[in-house]
Design a protein. Structure first.
Length: 119
């Protein structure tokens, strides 16, 4: 749970909600082939023997702002810096609009390339 203190009380939002929100926003960006599990999430899913609901997304709160880590796979041959800029902008906008919480940083990590076969 990510919690923030406001004048009206504490607001808490689950990690799963953030994972779904961010994962959906990132996968809508051009060139993103999919989400990848982080090493921590891979170990956790093997130990617990169940699928990760937060695959590829980690959100934490620091000084009243959100820090987001996203693990993605990108399509082969696309401009990575353009994809990363697009993801950062889209994720920051989506999270701030949906929750009202400020996003301090969006880190796009561990990108691998997936070559699409010609149909």
């Amino acid at each position: 749970m990510i919690g923030f203190e406001t004048s009206l009380g504490t607001i808490e939002i689950s990690q799963e909600y953030f994972a779904n929100l961010i994962g959906h926003a990132a996968s809508e960006c051009y060139g993103v082939a999919g989400m990848l599990s982080s090493p921590y999430q891979t170990v956790r899913s093997r130990v617990l023997r169940r699928e990760n609901p937060d695959k590829g997304v980690r959100v934490r709160s620091e000084d009243g702002k959100l820090l987001v880590d996203i693990h993605i796979a990108v399509t082969y041959g696309v401009n990575i810096s353009a994809i990363v800029k697009s993801i950062v902008h889209k994720v920051r906008y989506t999270v701030e609009e949906a929750t009202g919480f400020p996003v301090a940083k969006v880190n796009v990590l561990d990108g691998c390339f997936i070559e699409l076969s010609k149909v």
